[in-house]
Write a protein that binds this ligand. Structure first.
Ligand SMILES: Cc1cc2nc3c(=O)[nH]c(=O)nc-3n(C[C@H](O)[C@H](O)[C@H](O)COP(=O)(O)OP(=O)(O)OC[C@H]3O[C@@H](n4cnc5c(N)ncnc54)[C@H](O)[C@@H]3O)c2cc1C
Length: 384
């Protein structure tokens, strides 16, 4: 069993780390200031320039196939890169990527939606959740009815990430009697969005579809096969969520260690107290566990194996780990941890979402338990 990275992989990891440290982390004070004053953390032109700079160094389309100009670095390197970008709370990701399900489009759909999204010319959003259907996604009520060569969509979606900025949506609607179908719907076809203020800086939106007419050729994939596409979209990112959280948790733990070494209380630095040491030790144990569970899930994806069970374990573990670590790091910083002078409270709010979206903790537990009870997953396996 070999846990080492190849020299090439190590070089990629180090280059990303130095890009994040030199180009992205210096923007942290500006991001905090902007957000405190009610503006987006990163202005769109700053993000565009950063991505252009990264592209010059070859960091573009990390997981995008080479035929679309991407680097196609694969799931393990994608997870490692997400760990590196997660070290900063600056809302930065490398450009050149598109939602995995857009690759299921026709040639014409790829020209109109996939390629412009990869190029950063168009922005997508993914809309399945509704006011009455979150975890219970099979219960969606948005409907599409056929009218000649068109479909008419009616319904409401909620908590849609990027819904305020997107210029097209991959929306899931019931198409009787076929089941659920995914439609590509441009904003100018008539849907509207309204931002939803949240605890963190995620900025989702609610979307309203009122008699929105969509041509038949805008069905993504097959009629009635939308649910499979939705699960494919959600499944792809599941091990990437803990990956980013691992970067954040490691950076924060480093901050806590540095603070504990200089903060004095009752005549000693607090790093001398066992209560603090245990918080530091427990945090590293949990971070390391999350790292290897995440990389194991990514490895299964790379090997073309069924990664659903491993991804659920990694997502549940990583989301809980990140919330425990940020809480301890805040505690070690005492009152300072609670202020807006440090980014810890910001991370605290941001990371809370990880236990909710793309399958709550409870839904991951349900999946894991059901897989075991039904025999879809077995105990006692190593590397199989
Ligand atoms: C910031 C943000 C961004 C999001 N982005 C998107 C997006 O881009 N696209 C999109 O489609 N959706 C998005 N979502 C929606 C998200 O996926 C849902 O919020 C999530 O799936 C939970 O659904 P819900 O909020 O309706 O909670 P509910 O499903 O109502 O759950 C409420 C509680 O009940 C528990 N529960 C539910 N069912 C069970 C069960 N069977 N057993 C045990 N416990 C259960 C849940 O775990 C939770 O604790 C986003 C949400 C947020 C907050």
């Amino acid at each position: 069993m070999d846990f080492s990275l190849t020299p090439e992989e190590r070089q990629i990891r180090d280059t990303v780390r130095s890009f994040i440290e030199k180009e992205v982390m210096p923007l942290e004070p500006e991001v905090l200031r902007n957000e405190r004053e009610g503006r987006p953390g990163l202005a769109p032109d700053v993000l565009r320039d950063l991505r252009a700079k990264a592209r010059k160094s070859g960091f573009w389309g990390i997981n995008t196939p080479e035929e679309y100009g991407g680097a196609a670095l694969g799931p393990i390197m994608s997870a490692i890169i997400a760990m590196e970008t997660g070290r900063t709370f600056v809302p930065f990701t490398f450009g050149g990527s598109a939602d995995n399900i857009l690759y299921a489009g026709t040639d014409e759909q790829k020209q109109r939606y996939l390629i412009p999204t990869i190029e950063g010319e168009r922005r997508s959003c993914f809309a399945i959740t509704e006011p009455g259907a979150g975890s219970d996604a099979r219960n969606i009520r948005t409907r599409a009815t056929r009218d000649g060569g068109e479909w008419i969509i009616n319904g409401e979606k909620t908590f849609i990430t990027g819904g305020s900025e997107a210029d097209f949506v991959m929306v899931f609607a019931v198409t009787e009697p076929y089941g659920v179908t995914c439609f590509l719907v441009d904003r100018d076809m008539g849907w509207t969005s309204d931002p939803i203020p949240t605890m963190g800086q995620w900025g989702p939106a609610s979307l309203v579809f009122e008699d929105v007419r969509v041509p038949e050729e805008n069905i993504l994939g097959e009629l009635g096969k939308g649910f499979e596409l939705a699960m494919q979209w959600i499944g792809q990112g599941r091990y990437m969520i803990p990956a980013r959280a691992i970067g954040a948790a490691e950076r924060m733990l480093g901050m806590a260690i540095e603070y504990a070494k200089i903060r004095k209380s009752m005549g000693q630095t607090i790093s001398n107290y066992q209560a603090i040491q245990w918080m530091i030790a427990d945090s590293q144990v949990e971070i390391e566990s999350a790292k290897w569970l995440t990389l194991y899930a990514a490895w299964r994806v790379r090997e073309g194996m069924d990664a659903r069970h491993a991804s659920s374990i990694a997502k549940l573990n990583g989301a809980v780990m990140a919330n425990q670590v940020v809480d301890r790091v805040l505690q070690i910083h005492g009152g300072m941890g609670y202020t807006k002078e440090l980014p810890i409270e910001r991370w605290y709010r941001e990371l809370r979402l990880l236990r909710i979206f793309e399958g709550t903790d409870e839904i991951q537990r349900r999946t894991i338990a059901r897989n075991l009870i039904k025999g879809h997953a077995r105990l006692g396996l190593i590397g199989e």
